[in-house]
Ligand binder design. Sequence first.
Ligand SMILES: [Zn+2]
Ligand SMILES: [Zn+2]
Length: 304
Amino acid sequence: MTASAPSHGHGRPCLITRRARFSASHRYWLPELSADDNRARFGPCSLAPGHGHNYELIVAMAGPLDANGMVLNLSEVKHAIKAQVTAQLDFRCLNEAWPEFDLGRPEGCLPTTEALARVIWARLAPHLPLAGIRLFESESLWADVLGDTMEAFVSIRTHFAAAHRLAREELSQAENEAIYGKCARPHGHGHNYLLDVTVRGRIDPRTGMVCDLAALQQLVDDMVVEPFDHTFLNKDVVHFASCVPTAENIALHIADILSAPIAATGAQLHKVRLQESPNNAAEVFAEVPRLGATPELLEAALVS
Ligand SMILES: [Zn+2]
Ligand SMILES: [Zn+2]
């Protein structure tokens, strides 16, 4: 490149992310419900005066590079996120910090992870060229919002431990070892599996929920974690008597098990991600791939 050449990325599109953290409290309590109904629907989240989380916010932004080789000046991004979000929410009670969560108003909504992600999108959109908002309430619960809509993706993480052996019945031990290597050894081996289940749905304008989170967690526990945990998958889970339990096949089977029951909760199973070890994971998409932005687009851009 000659000294007079322009910055070579000028005009080319790029996705950037910025992380920010804040701590805030909230309480799930709808004034139109009785105390018993609030407790039944929201469990310990209904307890007074509330409880808190250390939230982690990832803001994804897209645009062409400027002459300085940047999509945006990061100090301006940092300032916008602080002014519009974290300075207003940090060490506050969400139910009181923003009128969107004032349940005394008919349009007020419970400050769930997905509702908070949606409101953060709405508040940041006038200031930044947003591509996605990901908000972690904890390591095991996060929400993605990818536009100015009521649609959101909610992900939960859980784990189970299980043993397996990778081998096809009709092949010899030598043939199986040629395909599956050490994973074909006759007595099996085990993993601590990390399981992420992502659902997609419309945020209810009052409860702020895509679906009943406790019911979703219970479904995953009852239909996957409990029957799979501390088993030898090939012998203890009927499906794997005739299907080699690779991470891919386990993820597919989990998606098949969960699709219909999750649909009955009002949300759609979007993705199952099964991490077998720090080095390998399998992802299965339960929906026909949709055009445009997806949580995967965010995933790819995330600093982990
Ligand atoms: Zn909470
Ligand atoms: Zn294995």
